[in-house]
Design a protein around this ligand. Sequence first.
Ligand code: G16
Ligand code: MG
Length: 218
Amino acid sequence: SNIGVIFDLDGVIVDTAKYHFLAWKKLADSLGFEFTETHNELLKGVSRVRSLEILLEVGNKTITEAQKQAFLVSKNEDYLEFITKMTADEILPGVNKLLNYLDEAGIKYVLGSASKNAPLILKQVGLYNRFAAIVDGNSVTKAKPDPEVFLLGAEKMHIKPEHCVVFEDAIAGIEAAKNAGMFAIGVGDKKTLHKADYNVNNLTEISERFFETLMTLN
Ligand code: G16
Ligand code: MG
């Protein structure tokens, strides 16, 4: 096929945002400040280091570089406690059906995530071997909204960026896709993701017709 698909992980394939939230909240609690789900929105799609910086800004805390490193480790340990219990039941609605369709249609797809835990999460839910490539927080240096993660994904598929479709749930991710010159599909709140080229509430809303139409356009 002449098009390629790039999937974000957290918020598109699985809902790990709730586990990130619980782990960050535990850190905030230990530092003695409130960290709400609204604050957590700011961390979506953002790298681990940047997430910690935002959290510290919320709590108005200044810490040493050594403390920062220690917090990054402990937050991830807490997060991994949840992740290692994940099963295929946590794959979001519409994902399996869409991947099956893409396989049948011969459309390549890769993962494009900010998470360093992406391989582990995909193994937990049994999707690790389905992607043509996994581009994640271990393979890129520049975080979304920088297009690096998606451009690398396109390269892995040997598909031109302008022929790539990106599924994203975060504002920073939609911006990264647009910065890469790709077609961006916002998964989630339409108002929040207004910069997307197309919006859906979840992947069950993506029909086969949708891809057939995209392929004719290219
Ligand atoms: C995910 C989450 C972010 C998280 C980031 C890094 O990105 O949305 O909240 O901070 O990964 O995760 P980790 O600490 O596991 O390396 P994505 O791009 O999959 O939405
Ligand atoms: Mg995401």
